[in-house]
Ligand binder design. Structure first.
Ligand code: CO
Length: 211
């Protein structure tokens, strides 16, 4: 049996198990999804949103990219954010990074990756530069990467608050709250490092007045 055929076999077993535990499971989900959460996570295979939060299909709307970045020109991310916030009306948006992130390590190195990866990782280098004073005091490279991971998550959450999508939702329905979390590959635990409740203060320069 080829590796991908194992996936298909396991899928059949999974579907059967689900129906056995809850005969209406697929009927219910096929007609409606009402997730309370949007998850913006790293593409890393070791950080599956549903599994580490013990949630089921239907509970979390998910976007993942390398190092869980919020880039204001990323049509993919903005489409997901718009749909989740405006149409699904999620109550929480979670940016979840993880310690030991390859994207963070790569951004801290001087390696020349492909042009497109260089472009992507440069966003993390900018976070480093904005926090150089604090980061340069940490001599242990691993601890420095861990701290950069936390600081990056804070930056990504703040970027969410700079979008008109979030600001409009805050004005209209006082939601969603924004959360910055970091997951530990070594212990499986999530460290909540930052939070912006709906209508939290943001730099006035970024506030839109005609929402
Ligand atoms: Co990662």
């Amino acid at each position: 049996m080829k590796p991908y055929e194992v996936l298909l076999r396991e899928n059949k077993q999974w579907a059967a198990d689900k129906i056995e535990a809850d005969p209406d499971f697929f009927n219910r989900l096929s007609t409606l999804q009402t997730p309370e959460f949007l998850w913006i996570g790293c593409s890393d295979s070791r950080v599956p949103a549903n599994e580490i939060t013990n949630t089921q299909p239907g509970e979390i709307f998910v976007h993942r990219n390398i190092a869980n970045l919020v880039i204001h020109t990323d049509v993919n991310l903005l489409s997901v954010l718009d749909y989740a916030v405006v149409h699904l009306k999620v109550k929480h948006v979670i940016v979840c990074g993880h310690y030991g992130c390859g994207g963070i390590k790569a951004a801290m190195s001087n390696n020349n990756y492909s042009q497109v990866l260089n472009m992507w990782l440069r966003n993390i280098k900018d976070v480093y530069r904005h926090n150089r004073e604090e980061l340069d005091t940490i001599s242990d490279e691993k601890l420095r990467a861990d701290r950069l991971t936390e600081l990056s998550v804070v930056e990504q959450v703040q970027r969410l608050a700079k979008t008109s999508i979030i600001q409009k939702a805050w004005k209209q329905r006082n939601a969603p709250d924004l959360h910055g979390w970091v997951y530990g590959l070594k212990d499986g635990l999530i460290n909540p490092v930052y939070e912006m409740k709906a209508n939290a203060d943001i730099d006035p320069l970024y506030i839109y007045d005609d929402l």
